[in-house]
Write a protein that binds this ligand. Structure first.
Ligand code: NAP
Length: 315
């Protein structure tokens, strides 16, 4: 089954996708937004967002994306549930395959986000999101004032999250499965030297405690060299063992780096190696990963798509 040719198809309904929808809808491009398995994106898994400009008293993450969605709808955006599993960008219009369905588009904005990698240990899933297990210190760190917390991982994210959390927490355990951090030297040195950070080397998380109570009350860790298990008396657990960008259906033909993130063309944040195809948000950003930066990239992608259409499909 084929559809009429769309001006712009936006894949994803997180901050990046919804911002692209607002801009392209206001430009009278009648965008079609394809909604995947997590409508609203990662922001909907956060309770309170205190750092999105314009909300001096904070805003509920789910509410924020609902607001963006309403704003996009108001200007004529259409939403449909569809999971893109394959693309053909070799000719115009571009083809997006969703099972048996083929969607045709002059321009495409991919804003499929990234999924935080989780450890899979018992208790993690049950206490994820508002109950003590989280993947975003910037979002949730302020809820752990004067409490002990643990950060899992040894990369730049883990070091950065641990350092950020020292502003609030009374103590930060940095739990890493080896005895040296993978993080860049400057970040690793800072984290290791910080008086509030205690590195728990050669240790893997084994179980999050607190499921019956509905809130984290500890983390059981195991030393991989000695086999000894201990319980860290933490109220918050920040999992920072990397992200999995949702780029698989698009690469190839789109270029991705070794971590799976889209690689924009030199000099652009959003232009891909295929003309008229743009990327925005966490699927191409492993550095900032904030709602506001994703929204900014969505805006940039929308403006680029609009310009491209004006140049190539002026009627
Ligand atoms: P990363 O560099 O892939 O590090 C992931 C860490 O998690 C590693 O230390 C890894 O251990 C550990 N890990 C992975 N799976 C695990 C598991 N199942 N159980 C326990 N530990 C596990 O990821 P990242 O820190 O998110 O960084 C991703 C990229 O973004 C990097 O290129 C990084 O430099 C960049 N980044 C940059 C900044 C910045 O410049 N400010 C900030 C954040 C991220 P091993 O070390 O043993 O493999």
């Amino acid at each position: 089954m084929s559809s009429p040719v769309e001006n712009v198809v936006i894949i994803g309904t997180g901050c990046a996708g919804l911002t692209a929808a607002i801009y392209t809808a206001r430009a009278s491009l009648n965008p079609l937004v394809l909604e995947g398995p997590l409508p609203g994106g990662q922001l909907t898994t956060t309770s309170e967002v205190e750092n999105f400009p314009g909300f001096p008293h904070g805003v509920d993450g789910f509410q924020l994306t609902q607001n963006m969605r309403e704003q996009a709808t108001r200007f004529g955006t259409r939403f449909e549930s569809a999971l893109v599993d394959k693309v053909d960008f070799t000719s115009m219009p571009r083809k997006l395959f969703c099972g048996d369905r083929v969607i045709l588009a002059k321009t495409v904005i991919i804003a499929t986000g990234a999924s935080p990698r989780l450890t899979g240990i018992p208790g993690e899933k049950e206490l994820y999101g508002g109950k003590g297990v989280t993947t975003c210190a910037t979002c949730d760190g302020a809820f752990y004032r004067k409490m002990e917390v643990a950060v899992l991982g040894g990369g730049d994210s883990a070091a950065e999250e641990a350092l950020f959390l020292t502003r609030f927490a009374s103590k930060v355990y940095l739990v890493h499965r080896r005895d040296t951090l993978r993080a860049s030297k400057i970040m690793a040195d800072r984290a290791v030297a910080h008086e509030k950070i205690q590195c728990v080397w050669d240790s893997v998380p084994v179980e999050v405690l607190g499921v019956p109570e509905g809130a984290v009350r500890g983390l059981r860790v195991k030393n991989v060299k000695t086999g000894v298990e201990t319980v860290l008396p933490v109220k918050g657990i920040f999992v920072a063992i990397g992200h999995i960008p949702n780029t698989a259906p698009f690469a190839p033909p789109l270029d991705i780096d070794e971590g799976g993130y889209f690689i924009p063309q030199p000099g652009s944040q959003v232009q891909t190696n295929v003309p008229g195809v743009y990327v925005a948000g966490d699927c191409s950003d492993h550095v900032y990963r904030q709602a506001i930066t994703a929204a900014g990239m969505g805006c940039a992608a929308a403006i680029e798509a609009e310009r491209w259409l004006a140049e190539h499909h002026a009627e």
